[in-house]
Design a protein around this ligand. Structure first.
Ligand code: G4P
Length: 529
């Protein structure tokens, strides 16, 4: 690559921040996303991205089901600017049933914001997603939201974060006054007081209200003194932000916000710009870093269809890992060795698509007509590279699925293949059940609803489904398959990559099998590379 372009790519990569927000449903993710965009002046009025009933449609909601339920099933990426930095916010589905999707999305980001509800602290889904971030070594900024309402003590929340995650929380702001009787925060770096003002409806940009320590003391008295005392105690105990320990996932900076009132959101945006890691070299499947200035490469992290009813296409989301992407480039699809023409590339903002002409490391591109692409695939030009496959989750719910009209077996097969490739559900086959009655495996039952809905409306092949009594799947070997299959309440099915999965009712059955057949191999599910 020419030297000048090298310099350009490096500097563009340095000004990219690619991140996601992880949270338990209802912690305020949509509200925060909206507020971030408002601060970045992408939207004039909060409400444009929100999917809750009675509000304008969210930019990331596209299916009827999503609108009905007010949840976000599909992922989209929002790109916006703050100061001189380009922020790529990758949306993650809020509902626990779509955690597999969230897992895929998290392969594309360089940092995450862990959003907590001040009254609830670390919740089940927060913990699950945190574990994914930890496994992927993603640095985390913690945001404690809804501080305008009664909640837990801030010190109690820090304790909980530390004991549950093992990360040392390092407050960047500290609340003045208790949750519910909230005056504002101490900006730990400057020692200033940032006053909390209620903006009517939270729909317009709140004026920043910064006061000096003296002014703060005169205004809120004891609450200010107490807050300062707590900050200095925390500091002397070493609860202080350190960039290196944050990047090494030893600490998590903490901010207090009231997203619905736009409080603390500007500070969060500045924090992301100042401390979140920029787009750096990504590791390939062999663990070798690919420098950002290398030839173009991108990692597909999600494939989905039907975002736009008028264009029944398939869209693949990919993160640019190195080099420059120009629309129209013909790149190589690593898995097949075939060329892939990127004639139509879009940045995706919910339903609105904008054509992308150029993209740099850290950016998310949506490639249309991506029939042959799958999550985990690599695209490159020049020097070949393969990024790691994305391991499939272990399904916990199983349903057998059959076409209502057996005359529609072609449509049925086409739909099943596509839903499997997109990872909407895992479609598992066995000789015993045959091609017309595969098993669908999912992490959450709502995935089945999406599959059934799409089979009828998109593939024109309505289906019946029937629940199976299994709750776990384990990988087994060809030589063990028959013995597992013969057990009552167990069966063996094949995943599309050839892996054999033993479906089992519960862990007691696994123990029983191991007891009677100590030589049988039953292992936790792993990706086939
Ligand atoms: P989610 O995407 O994480 O599921 O959460 P969402 O933003 O939809 O927020 C869940 C609820 O929490 C919403 O209330 C929202 O208004 C409220 N909320 C979010 N941030 C704050 C905050 O800082 N302070 C307070 N007090 N509330 C907050 P809802 O009753 O479900 O809907 P709505 O009709 O109030 O919007």
């Amino acid at each position: 690559m020419p030297v000048l372009q090298d310099v350009e790519v490096k500097s563009e990569a340095r000004r990219r921040r690619t991140f996601a927000v992880i949270s338990h449903p209802d912690a305020g993710k949509s509200t925060l996303t909206e507020a971030l965009l408002l601060h970045a002046r992408i939207i004039a009025e909060a409400g444009a991205t929100h999917g809750k009933a009675g509000r304008r449609a969210t930019v990331s909601d596209w299916m009827d089901m999503e609108k009905d339920r007010g949840i976000s099933i599909s992922s989209s990426a929002l790109q916006f600017h703050h100061r001189d930095v380009v922020l790529n916010l990758v949306d993650t589905p809020g509902h626990a049933d779509f955690s597999e999707d969230t897992y895929r999305v998290l392969t594309a980001v360089d940092s995450a914001i862990m959003l907590l509800d001040a009254a609830k602290g670390m919740e089940a889904q927060t913990m699950k997603l945190f574990e994914v971030c930890r496994a992927r070594r993603i640095p985390i900024i913690t945001v404690i939201n809804k501080w305008d309402r009664p909640g837990l003590e801030p010190l109690e929340l820090l304790d909980e974060i530390e004991s549950r995650t093992g990360l040392r929380p390092t407050p960047l702001t500290w609340p003045v006054g208790i949750a519910g009787h909230f005056h504002g925060v101490v900006d730990c770096a400057s020692g200033d007081f940032v006053r909390f003002t209620r903006t009517p409806g939270g729909s317009t940009l709140a004026a920043t209200d910064r006061l000096s320590a003296e002014e703060a003391s005169a205004e809120v008295g004891d609450d200010w003194t107490n807050a300062l005392e707590e900050v200095s105690l925390l500091e002397s105990d070493g609860y202080v932000h350190d960039q290196r320990s944050f990047e090494d996932q030893e600490t998590t900076p903490v901010l207090f916000t009231a997203a619905a009132l736009n409080f603390g959101v500007g500070h969060l945006l500045d924090t992301v710009v100042d401390i979140a890691p920029s787009a750096g070299p990504r590791l390939d499947a062999a663990g070798q870093p690919r420098p950002v200035e290398s030839d173009f490469s991108a990692h597909v992290f999600k494939v989905q269809a039907g975002m736009d009813r008028s264009h029944r296409d398939r869209l693949a989301f990919a993160r640019v890992c190195s080099g420059v992407f120009h629309r129209g480039d013909v790149v190589t699809h690593e898995a097949t060795g075939r060329s892939f023409a990127t004639k139509y590339a879009h940045s995706v903002f919910g339903r609105d698509r904008e054509t992308v002409e150029i993209a740099y490391p850290g950016d998310i591109i949506g490639l249309v007509n991506a029939g042959g692409l799958r999550a985990g695939d690599t695209l490159y030009s020049g020097t070949p590279v393969r990024f790691p496959r994305i391991p499939p989750f272990a399904p916990e719910h199983f349903r057998v699925v059959r076409p209502v009209d057996i005359g529609r077996h072609k449509q049925f097969q086409r739909g099943m293949t596509q839903l499997n490739q997109e990872g909407v559900v895992q479609v598992l086959y066995s000789e015993l059940r045959g091609q017309q009655a595969p098993v669908m495996g999912a992490v959450g039952p709502m995935q089945f609803e999406v599959a059934v809905h799409r089979m009828e409306h998109e593939f024109n092949a309505p289906v019946h489904t029937e629940q199976l009594p299994y709750t776990l799947a384990m990988q087994t070997r060809e030589e063990d398959a028959q013995r597992v299959d013969q057990r009552i309440g167990a069966e063996v099915v094949r995943r599309d990559d050839g892996a054999l999965l033993a479906l089992l009712t519960d862990k007691w059955q696994v123990r029983g099998l191991r007891h009677h057949h100590p030589d049988i191999v039953l292992e936790p599910i792993v990706a086939q590379s």
